[in-house]
Design a protein around this ligand. Sequence first.
Ligand SMILES: [Zn+2]
Ligand SMILES: [Zn+2]
Length: 156
Amino acid sequence: MKHAQPKAEREKIALFAKPNAQNHLLSLKLKQHFEPNEVYLSCGHVQGRHDWGVAREGPDKNPTSFKCPICLVESPKTIQLIMGMESAFHLDSEALDYCFNPCGHMASVSTVRYWSRIPLPHGTNSFHPVCPFCTSLLCMDKPYVRLIFQDHCYDS
Ligand SMILES: [Zn+2]
Ligand SMILES: [Zn+2]
């Protein structure tokens, strides 16, 4: 008992640890999955990369559609997820439950909503919302995707 921290001290540490705890857990969760992790554009399910459900066409066998193994919805593409590391672009420390389309940078709901509503100068006379992490132009019809993690998908 002599080495136990005073209660007030412990509570202070818990308070400091809290805001990032969720994102930290999420990044751990991601690492536990097969890498790289990809999200299906249409449904938002997150999966490790695999070849199941990929329709290919043409002599180059270019993938034309991706069927989600969880809900069987077909997506025109999958997006590889990337942790958005630059903390200045995050509006809050909520869970990284969304990613920008098409680049796959992950952020919280308020962060993706915020950046997808700000048109930035692009080229000489056009304005377009971009991902703050990599300045990719966001898709107009679907600037971000809500991620659905299947926690027990790979549990054996
Ligand atoms: Zn799905
Ligand atoms: Zn990006």
